[in-house]
Design a binder for this molecule. Sequence first.
Ligand code: PEP
Length: 252
Amino acid sequence: MRQKIVAGNWKMNKNLEEAKELIKGIKKEVKNGLAEDTRVIIAPSFVNLNYATKKTKKSAVEVAAQNMHQATGGAFTGEVSADMLKKIGVDIVILGHSERREYFGETDELLAEKVNTAVANNLEVIFCFGELLEDRKSGNHFAVVESQVKKALFHLKNEDFKNIVLAYEPVWAIGTGETATPEQAQEMHAFVRELFVNVYGNETANAISILYGGSVKPANAEEIFSKPDVDGGLIGGAALKTEDFVAIIKSI
Ligand code: PEP
């Protein structure tokens, strides 16, 4: 059985007071337990991670960082290391988000380094990838996704994938209100899983969770999650409101 996951990427939203409210609301709603193999993850900003890990410790809610530096430490002003995350109880990190790629110049090569640092530090990675609108329009979307996934991940060993979750996020669907159809999501997820079958075999390929991200909301979550290769969602905007996020969790 693959894990089903709903993860909320809060991006640069929610100050401490607002984070407190949202965490309280989510915790209350997931209190009565989640189905086995179902996970709920929130990714607040760095400054609120310490608070979030403390507040969620005894709950089913897990906490992820939105980014991490590839070096173990040193003169990298403004950056945060894997060890710093681990020491405050953060065991998950989102890497490769399209906003990091676009606004902060993160390349596949850099992401491979970050992935290695995360794996070496026993951090679980939610690895994001996805094509631009122009890639889809030109029919290049499979090639782009294949290249992103292979360059950042395919140097890893089979056992490393126990700690990797994939998130397909077509860039044209992020924060735009435009969602990939459930069929488009399924098609890409099946394609990616097949890449894993070819290199790592069936067992690894079938165990890896592939989340869909891009304008998931309560109204479309159930249909997207019903697809066989869609194992949950990475949620942006709709993760910022308790009732929306909880409705999405209930759709899984
Ligand atoms: C995201 O940023 O990962 C995302 C999927 O955002 P949204 O749900 O707002 O499209």
